[in-house]
Design a protein around this ligand. Structure first.
Ligand code: GRF
Length: 227
């Protein structure tokens, strides 16, 4: 007797936090449109009024708000405003996509195990800002990007997905960032899809992915491009 297939889960309700251009936000919008990600972006929130991602969101009819951190006396007060806005939109999963603010315990506790971030390095290497320049300065031959669950630390939460890119001799931060960005746009929608499908289980600091493809398929999923 074969087990009955479980019914598809409803689209996950996302709140996306940005500070800048929003190309990762665009990748999510595109993945949803293609049918690769069962999700609904309920709200995009930026702490910067000039963030290019706000226009991307509005172009697609997504509610886009500015909550300027400078209007709040403390990081915690800012985070309380974020939590209120996200909850007002029924957000299940918070997606940080180039959001240049450290989250306080207020946010982490309100959405425990339900906040993802993406970092342009292979965590735990090169946390914080200028990760691409850090990689070049250090002289590593490979770098990449990491999607992880946000905890109280800086870029060191449980890892969900990583992708690797080579670092070329003549790279500068911009050329390396472009190579990494292409991988970010591929793995972030995938990580969120795994969440939506209920396949991510946090065990201590490790994330177990249920029904992961057979080992032979893993290299293709993690790192299909090497240029
Ligand atoms: C990405 O490199 C991401 O890894 C980092 O911020 C950048 C955001 O880029 N956290 P974009 O705004 O999505 O284009």
């Amino acid at each position: 007797m074969t087990a009955a297939a479980s019914p598809p889960r409803p689209p996950v309700r996302l709140g996306v936090l940005i500070s800048g251009e929003g190309t990762n936000l665009q990748a999510l919008i595109d993945a949803i449109a293609r049918g690769d990600l069962a999700a609904e972006i309920r709200v995009v929130i930026s702490n910067q009024a000039a963030a290019g991602g706000l226009a991307r969101a509005r172009h697609h009819g997504i509610d886009a708000q500015v909550i300027d951190h400078r209007g709040f006396p403390s990081r915690q007060d800012f985070d309380r405003a974020l939590v209120a806005a996200l909850n007002a939109h029924g957000v299940e999963l918070v997606v940080c996509a180039g959001f240049m603010r450290l989250l306080s315990p207020v946010m982490v506790a309100a959405f425990r195990d339900r906040i993802m971030n993406i970092h342009p390095a292979l965590c735990p290497a090169f946390p914080g800002v200028d990760a691409q320049q850090q990689a070049i300065d250090y002289g590593v031959r490979f770098s990449g990007c990491t999607v992880f669950f946000v905890t109280e630390g800086v870029d060191n939460g449980p890892v969900i997905v990583q992708a690797v890119v080579p670092v070329h001799q003549d790279d500068d931060a911009a050329t390396l960032a472009a190579r990494i960005h292409a991988e970010e746009h591929r793995i972030y929608p995938w990580a969120i899809a795994l969440f939506q499908q209920g396949r991510l289980e946090i065990r201590g600091r490790r994330v177990h992915i249920r029904d992961f493809p057979a080992p032979a398929a893993i290299p293709a999923l993690i790192n299909p491009r090497s240029s």
